[in-house]
Design a protein. Sequence first.
Length: 213
Amino acid sequence: MSHYRHQFENLKPDEITYDKHENLLTVRGKSFKVDNAKIAFIDALNEWPERNTFENRPTGSRIQIDSKIGDEVKIGQNCTIGGYGFGYEFYNGRYYRVPHLGDVVIEDHVTIHNNTNIDRSVTGTTYIGQGSCLDSNVHIGHNAKIGKYVLIAAGATIGGSAHIGDRTFVGCNAFVKQKVKIGSNCTIGAGSVVTTNVPDGETWAGVPAIKIK
């Protein structure tokens, strides 16, 4: 895939996208027909150096050095912020790991409790909004967007590219499927499995989660 990078001067990783169904790789608006779009995307991203340098905190937490941490952010013990996300593509009898070249942005006044993991994005940003609080053992997947003043209780998992709106509460051990969007001012019950989008202001619970009147 080196010819893609050299063809476009000053190309950035977030200027590459792919369409798996049409097998198209799009580089800065120009599309190329390929045999396997996701594998082509992985190969293209592998042209860039990995961002795997971390700083260690006294608490045992590790933070990728180019993560953007706001003012008055509290980080507990044994957290990992900015590590590789869980992304693989099976092709020709093996799994190919998706490079993660993006970053993590944590806004002001966020609180992160112990043993929580926030993965950096493939491209772009994994984002935690101002004033949000993440309890212990929370996992935030790559490219997820967490709004402002969100509460996420212990053991919850937010899948990759999921969006959580402002002032929403996610209960203990809940799971939000990747790419699902939950609106603002919502409540997600403990242990729920959210597999579809949730409109603003609603309460959902159960496995799979449904609206609670």
